[in-house]
Design a protein around this ligand. Structure first.
Ligand code: AQP
Length: 321
């Protein structure tokens, strides 16, 4: 199965990025899987060059710490494969302004920024280019990316209809639980990198004491009944999904073992510390070896350029270039 996914180097990953995306990537890695650090996407944010460079290296180390293996799959940095930006332009001439302006992420992010730039409107087209360049069949992403995935499918189908069969039309795949991890303080809003919520966001490399503190302060409700029910109990349901995701059980099975919120929270916090500590230790080790990280990225980009070049040429030729 041909797979591609990526993340923006826009800061330390949170639990949603891990459970919704990165952990699935590790489970399905193979010689046909491509995972990239999408640094071009991060240019849509207000980010200094130094910070972007640091975040890019950090994210690469995080991929490896989480278990992606460069001997098994292709790991690369998007900007080191120029075909992404090149195919982006071809696809911008296929996508419409109307469909881009209907993207929920664009509406939400543009409402929070004054003088937002054109890239915020068009980055879903770049995402389509990222995916289509690798003849991707499946894209493992969190639930918040569904609309962008639909757009990618629409663009691929429109291109194929107009210029002949060129692109594989990909499918988005989400994990069964924790496809949308919610903010611990505001469980009706997704956990997010760009909205600051110090107690509501668990970062992948939080210390054990921070994880325990944030879980113990997570918003629940007053009826005291441990039940998996998003409609009336979003706070508890969020914790049950996170628990289920780490324990590889169903949220209902976990709920049936608890009668008190406090006990559920204590066990969940311990389980998280147990699962996340090895990642943090591995990251601390990897980040000390920038030359090794650089070599992984170089090797990955070389492999990615070969694959992406062939698809880019196919698309360019189909359009008459
Ligand atoms: N809360 C979440 N639950 C499950 N999955 C999530 N993802 C993001 N938030 C959650 C998934 O993580 C990947 C990150 O992709 P990205 O780096 O492009 O970031 P993003 O989609 O912009 O989400 P962030 O990291 O929270 O930033 P904000 O919301 O601030 O833009 C994707 O697979 C995404 O689905």
């Amino acid at each position: 199965m041909k797979i591609l996914s990526g993340m923006q180097p826009s800061g330390t990953l949170h639990l949603g990025n891990y459970l919704g995306a990165l952990r699935q990537w590790v489970e399905v890695q193979s010689a046909d899987a491509h995972y990239c650090v999408v640094d071009l996407h991060a240019l849509t944010l207000q980010i200094s060059p130094e910070m972007l460079r640091k975040n890019t290296t950090d994210l690469l180390a995080t991929y490896l710490a989480a278990g992606l293996d460069p001997e098994v799959c292709t790991i690369f940095i998007q900007s080191q494969v120029p075909y992404h930006a090149q195919l982006n332009w071809l696809l911008e001439c296929v996508a419409t302004y109307g469909e881009l302006s209907r993207m929920v992420a664009f509406k939400e992010k543009s409402a929070r920024q004054e003088g937002y730039r054109v890239g915020l409107l068009t980055y879903p087209v770049l995402m389509a280019a990222d995916i289509l360049l690798y003849d991707t069949e499946e894209v493992p992403v969190g639930d918040d990316q569904r609309q962008h995935l639909e757009l990618t499918r629409d663009i691929a189908e429109r291109f194929n209809n107009r210029f002949g069969d060129t692109f594989t039309v990909p499918l988005g795949v989400q994990p069964k639980v924790s496809a949308r991890v919610m903010d611990l303080q505001e469980p009706t809003r997704k956990m997010s990198k760009s909205i600051s919520s110090p107690l509501g966001t668990i970062y992948l490399f939080d210390s054990p004491s921070d994880i325990k503190r944030k879980i113990s302060k997570a918003v629940t409700d007053t009826d005291g009944d441990v039940r998996y029910d998003w409609e009336t109990k979003p706070g508890i349901s969020n914790l049950l999904e996170i628990y289920a995701s780490f324990a590889k059980e169903t949220p209902d099975a976990i709920a049936s073992r608890y009668t008190r919120y406090g006990d559920l929270k204590t066990d969940l916090a311990n389980l998280m510390v147990e699962n996340l500590s090895p990642l943090r230790e591995s990251y601390d080790r990897l980040i000390q070896s920038p030359a090794e990280l650089h070599a992984v990225a170089e090797r990955g980009a070389e492999k990615a350029r070969e694959q992406a070049g062939a698809v880019y040429r196919r698309a360019a030729q189909a359009m008459g270039l």
